[in-house]
Design a binder for this molecule. Structure first.
Ligand SMILES: [Zn+2]
Length: 335
């Protein structure tokens, strides 16, 4: 008997709920409800992983990570695990089935539900952000009337009205609360964000990873806008305010924007029909007077230096200033 890993952030309530179940008291279907971006689908996959791990464990939740069940699950090839996202339509083809098709249908699902386990244990179906057409729901009702003993259906939803009452009444509902800011940050860090950026986005996310990701997307758009305005102001030799991008979390993205604009500016000077990277800025770039080749070489050199020192502890404002000096028209040698 091992404890097994159950590597999921947050969801203390659902976790305690499942830990108190046994394979005898586990029902055939659960509805995971709660706000978007709090880990319902992740939790459903973790439950599936737990049930498909064949090593005996102290509770229902957890996996060993080394058995054949775990190996197949982690490789995405477990024949007794099925997952789909979004709307389930009734379907009218008899194609290869749920597991392989791009767009699974209720008929595929019903067919899969009636099959036997390959590995001899549970078969787990996860329907994420589920939405059923009325016909699809009706097709599924047959499953609920006589659920096969080895099947577990996990349905997640953040839109309460989407699950028809006929389906809802046959599932046991488990509610997922909003995450704490620390939990959102932990999820973002697992997705590769630096700790500072993750904490910052988590603070804006109000308990939802989805909102944190949306904030990061918008943040990137704002960084680009700020860097674009700064670039044109600096190239005109005017007052260039770098505070919108020259800050620790956005410095690299801001420099990338400045580099893109510089490259396009050089490309326009070469004439011909060079495709631009910052196409939306073509008119402004064309209006910008060209520089001597030597000035462009200096500017590109300064950008390379800036990228290098941006990775050290040098103040972001200083990095921006280094580029601004190379970008200002005064940097051109007098002729
Ligand atoms: Zn295992």
């Amino acid at each position: 008997m091992i404890d097994g890993a159950f590597d999921v952030v947050g969801a203390a309530g659902p976790r305690a709920f499942f830990e108190h179940l046994t394979s005898a008291t586990l029902s055939h279907g659960y509805l995971f409800s709660g706000p978007a971006g709090v880990g319902k689908k992740t939790f459903a996959r973790a439950v599936a992983h737990s049930l498909l791990c064949i090593t005996p464990k102290r509770t229902l939740l957890g996996w060993c990570g080394t058995c054949s069940g775990c190996t197949h699950f982690e490789a995405g090839t477990h024949p007794d695990f099925y997952a789909s996202t979004g709307q389930l339509k009734i379907g009218d083809r008899d194609g290869s089935g749920f597991h392989d098709s791009e767009e699974p249908t209720a008929r595929d699902l019903v067919r899969q539900l009636s099959m036997h386990s390959y590995a001899g244990g549970k078969r787990v179906f996860v329907l994420g952000d589920a939405d059923f057409t009325r016909e699809a729901a009706n097709a599924l009702l047959k499953f609920f009337e006589e659920p096969p003993a080895d099947v577990l259906l996990l349905i997640t939803t953040s839109a309460d009205g989407r699950i028809l009452p006929t389906i809802r009444s046959r599932l046991i509902e488990v509610t997922f609360p909003l995450l704490s800011a620390a939990e959102v940050a932990a999820v973002l860090e697992r997705r590769g964000l630096a700790a500072d950026d993750a904490a910052h986005a988590a603070a804006m996310a109000n308990g939802s990873v989805t909102r944190a990701l949306a904030y990061l997307d918008e943040g990137e758009g704002a960084t680009r806008d700020a860097a674009v305005e700064w670039f044109f102001a600096a190239a005109a030799g005017g007052e260039a305010d770098a505070t919108g991008w020259a800050a620790r979390p956005t410095l690299e993205a801001g420099l990338e924007t400045v580099k893109t604009l510089t490259r396009d500016w050089v490309a326009l000077g070469l004439g011909g029909s060079v495709p631009l990277l910052a196409r939306d800025q073509r008119a402004r770039l064309e209006a910008l007077p060209q520089r001597e080749p030597a000035a462009f070489v200096r500017l590109l050199g300064a950008l390379g230096d800036a990228e290098r020192i941006a990775r050290t502890n040098v103040s972001p404002a200083l990095v921006a200033d280094l580029v601004r000096m190379a970008l200002a028209p005064a940097a051109e040698p007098r002729r």
